[in-house]
Ligand binder design. Structure first.
Ligand SMILES: [Zn+2]
Length: 322
């Protein structure tokens, strides 16, 4: 009888290396990616060792059957958490276009990475415009490449990356207005996301001002929360990112050039999301200040199973809120 062990050993070695390398894929598709990865690595490593030992001992008869059954059962058991923890894909009834405009290569992932990943998975088209390569705060070339990787990871349909002078975007106001007007004419977004006026970074303020000027006739503009947002940042629109927290953490990690910055730390990202989640009466959320928002656009982002844009106005008006 031909031994099945060589085949099993090759299969398990492949699964083990895929589990070790498949970090990004797991983060984008599963709720507890690190737990799942550790489980997959542990199970496949143990099975690999057990099968190498069984092959070397040349197990036969009942022993071989019992061993193979145990191997198949352990691999099947691994499928159960994969099914339970998979992020559900729910398609919105009406696909929309979202344009997010940021000053620096990592701004979008930091502020609204979870929201955009959720929108993409729901069938909405998302495009991003980045105004500078961030060379004053790091390696401009590396940061541009990281922005591309982040865009690909989230699943954006487009990333337009401009190289206006980092830390001096205010000097390029008119050029940025033209860029944004071009994006609006070409992409015709239903919702625009950009920096808040309540932001202490001069480049973020300049992008906010240019966006409002270029989108002066647009009906739906939301301002996202950057780490440099001031205490005046006062959101009233929230996106529940329960299934996308780890995707956001991973998208931010892709900006390795900036990894020493304290606001890039996963615990900081989770803390902000927990705080905004508490305000929205959800577990984790990303928060937005509306400049103006057409109610039909809010409704269009709802899927069959959940409402993406939460407006917990009662949080602020109810005296019973605690
Ligand atoms: Zn920035």
């Amino acid at each position: 009888m031909i031994s099945v062990y060589p085949l099993l050993i090759v299969l398990l070695a492949g699964l083990l290396s895929a589990s070790l390398a498949g970090k990004a894929i797991l983060h984008r598709r599963f709720r507890h990616p690190e737990g799942l990865r550790r489980l997959a690595v542990t199970i496949t490593a143990l099975l690999l060792i057990a099968n190498v030992v069984a092959f070397s001992m040349d197990l036969q008869g009942h022993w071989q059957s019992a061993h193979l059954t145990a191997t198949v059962a352990a691999l099947t058991a691994l499928v159960i958490p994969m099914v339970l923890w998979r992020v559900p894909i729910t398609h919105a009834s009406n696909a929309r276009r979202v344009l997010a405009i940021g000053a620096h290569p990592d701004d979008i992932e930091l502020a609204c990475g979870g929201t955009l990943a959720k929108f993409v998975d729901s069938g909405h088209e998302v495009e991003v415009v980045v105004m500078s390569d961030g060379m004053r705060g790091g390696d401009g070339k590396a940061r541009s490449e990281e922005a591309l990787r982040g865009a690909s990871y989230i699943g954006l349909i487009g990333l337009r990356h401009y190289r206006f002078a980092d830390a001096n975007l205010a000097a390029h106001g008119q050029e940025m207005i033209q860029v944004i007007e071009g994006a609006l004419a070409r992409f015709d977004p239903d919702i625009i996301l950009t920096h808040s006026q309540h932001d202490s970074h001069q480049d973020h303020q300049a992008v906010h001002a240019a966006t409002l000027r270029a989108a002066r006739r647009h009906h739906s503009i939301l301002c996202f929360e950057s780490p440099s947002a001031t205490r005046e940042f006062d959101p009233s629109v929230f996106v529940d990112i329960e299934d996308y927290m780890e995707a956001k953490v991973q998208a931010v990690r892709m900006h390795a050039d900036q990894k020493e910055k304290p606001y890039m730390a996963p615990e900081r990202l989770r803390a902000v999301a927990l705080f905004r989640g508490a305000q929205a009466r959800r577990r984790v959320a990303e928060a937005y200040e509306p400049v103006r928002m057409l109610s039909s656009e809010l409704g269009s982002f709802e899927s069959q199973h959940s409402s993406y844009l939460e407006r917990p106005n009662e949080t602020y008006t109810s005296s019973s809120a605690s």
